[in-house]
Design a protein around this ligand. Structure first.
Ligand SMILES: C[S@@+](CC[C@H](N)C(=O)[O-])C[C@H]1O[C@@H](n2cnc3c(N)ncnc32)[C@H](O)[C@@H]1O
Length: 273
């Protein structure tokens, strides 16, 4: 078993902090060791020092650096996670009846959040409660999850919060060797796009969005990085737009003025003149 030295632990965490904003307290040394140790052995490397050299050289590339991020974060997600947020979105959209709508799932993981939103919007459109011009963008740092998101195939278990009627309307059930899997219907796939985006680096103008989900990703960042990320993301949300973070992520200090609507749900106020 390889041993993680303190200086190498600091080297790994400094690299992760500078590049993707991940923050690890000293108490997380055993977590980092247990997540990366088996990978080091699988790669046939002799030490954590060799692994650090490998990911340093690959920084920004699609190889081992990406694999390390995947191992150090969790991509856990499922359809209609935190259902109260979708209920609030439905209520707000029903009230506002927007003719067009752009939604950003900004740490989309495998796309469950983006497709949950697309199911809701497709239903609201069908009921005449929103216009026909809507789209959803999902972004994440991990190319592995983005590849899966683009395929739009999910284990049924991840759709446990989806009603049977909604499942029938929006999903195709796999048979034979694909039993237990569901494919998002073409009608949804054509509205949802995915792309790679690091929330900890300056971003080009991709908005403005009417709704932004930034859920269950802020937990990885330290308070200054959290505030920077939130302000960067909110710069892409139009005034009056809705902003969601995970309900367990606490209060977020940011420059943009927000009105609280419900736990983890906010409306961006217009900037003072
Ligand atoms: C737990 S998942 C959240 C998925 C979804 N938003 C939800 O709430 O179910 C966290 C995602 O954040 C992504 N992530 C971590 N650091 C990131 C960064 N700096 N930029 C963009 N995405 C990041 C991870 O790759 C992971 O897919």
């Amino acid at each position: 078993m390889v041993t993680l030295r303190d200086d190498t632990f600091r080297g790994i965490t400094a690299l992760m902090h500078e590049t993707v904003g991940l923050a690890f307290a000293d108490s997380k040394k055993s977590l980092v060791s247990s997540r990366l140790g088996p990978r080091i052995q699988r790669l046939g490397l002799a030490s954590f020092e060799d692994y650090l050299a490998l990911i340093r050289n690959d920084e920004g590339g699609g190889g081992e650096f990406q694999a390390a991020i995947d191992l150090l974060t969790t991509n856990e997600t499922y359809f209609f996670r935190e259902p109260a947020h979708y209920a609030l979105l439905e209520q707000e959209l029903t009230r506002a009846k927007p003719a067009s709508l752009a939604v950003w799932s900004a740490a989309s993981s495998f796309g469950d959040e983006a497709y949950s939103t697309a199911m809701l919007l497709a239903d609201l459109q069908q009921q005449g409660r929103i216009g026909v011009d809507w789209r959803v963008l999902g972004t994440d740092i991990s190319d592995r999850v983005l590849r899966a998101a683009t395929e739009a195939v999910y284990p049924e278990e991840r759709l446990r919060e989806v009603s049977p009627e909604r499942l029938r309307r929006h999903c195709l059930r796999g048979e034979g060797t694909s039993a237990g899997l569901v494919l998002m219907h073409e009608r949804l796939r054509e509205r949802v796009r995915f792309g790679q985006l690091n929330l900890c680096q300056p971003i080009e103008a991709i908005g403005p969005f009417d709704v932004v989900f930034l859920r269950n990703v802020l937990i990885y960042f330290d308070p200054p990085t959290k505030a920077e990320v939130v302000d960067r993301v909110l710069s892409q949300l139009r005034p009056g737009g809705l902003f969601f973070i995970g309900t367990a992520e606490g209060r977020v200090a940011c420059k943009a003025p927000l009105d609280v609507l419900a736990p983890g749900a906010f409306r961006k106020r217009a900037a003072p003149a």
